[in-house]
Design a protein around this ligand. Sequence first.
Ligand SMILES: Nc1ncnc2c1ncn2[C@@H]1O[C@H](COP(=O)(O)OP(=O)(O)O)[C@@H](O)[C@H]1O
Ligand SMILES: Cc1ncc(COP(=O)(O)O)c(N)n1
Length: 282
Amino acid sequence: MYSACSIAGSDSGGGAGIQADLKTMTLNGVFATSAITALTAQNTTGVFDIMEASPEFLTKEIDAIFTDIRPDAVKIGMVSSSALIRVISERLQFYHAEHIVVDPVMVATSGAKLINDEAIETLKEELLPIAEIITPNIPEAEILSGMPIKTADDMMTAAKKIASDYPCAVLCKGGHHVNDADDLLVQKDSVQWFKGRRIDNPNTHGTGCTLSSAIAANLAKGFSLTDSVQRAKAYISGALQAMLDLGQGSGPMNHAFDLNGEFVYNSDGKASPEFRCAGGNQ
Ligand SMILES: Nc1ncnc2c1ncn2[C@@H]1O[C@H](COP(=O)(O)OP(=O)(O)O)[C@@H](O)[C@H]1O
Ligand SMILES: Cc1ncc(COP(=O)(O)O)c(N)n1
């Protein structure tokens, strides 16, 4: 069976971070492992505290995973300090990790800062050069490109700038646009919009984590980057459409929705109806 690893923070509220990643990877048909960079005391209304893993401990987590169940793809989410970013970069290069998806998590939906200012520079220096794709939302793309983004044309200019500054593809997510939720993928030789109707659901906690984990899961299964983004976009749209209403703030998505078992696979990589997820919309 294919496997993907999430290197990210834990969200005690279950909507974002490691918890979203493990659900997404599982429902996209790969085995999920995780190296936790920080514990957050968090729910749908906010982040109340953060306890970082030590660089030594994170090293041991990554070593434990790579020396036993080698991931076919890696997703990196919240990493709050430069020291932890350096550990991740060094270990992933040591193991020649493939298909690295970087979600440059900076600020939570609830407004809490999840990365130190100086670590943003380290992320640019250490993680973007080893990523196959990075998935900034609009505020993150503004920081990485150094320009404001107000229109679809701005999105295009900023994503192209990031893609020319770093050797990775860039998926600029349009969730923060007021109109449609269209995402833009810029690769070295191509530019492609992934159109998404804006779903009227205020519960968007964990959308970025979910999208990047679904991309990693599909890369792990051998899909091309473009197909992986396409499948991940379908997954996130399904999970948002299947509306959950939990908690008092911006709640989590519903991963237990049914897309006819399309993304649940057995160990041969074949669709496996007996493992179909039949959560529906409740
Ligand atoms: N209301 C919505 N309707 C449809 N898709 C959405 C909605 N909000 C976010 N998305 C999608 O969810 C994914 C994550 O986007 P975004 O919310 O911008 O990221 P982040 O969680 O990092 O802020 C993108 O594919 C985006 O288009
Ligand atoms: C541990 C962790 N990782 C990532 C996010 C970002 O997710 P969102 O932007 O949906 O709040 C989060 N809130 N918590």
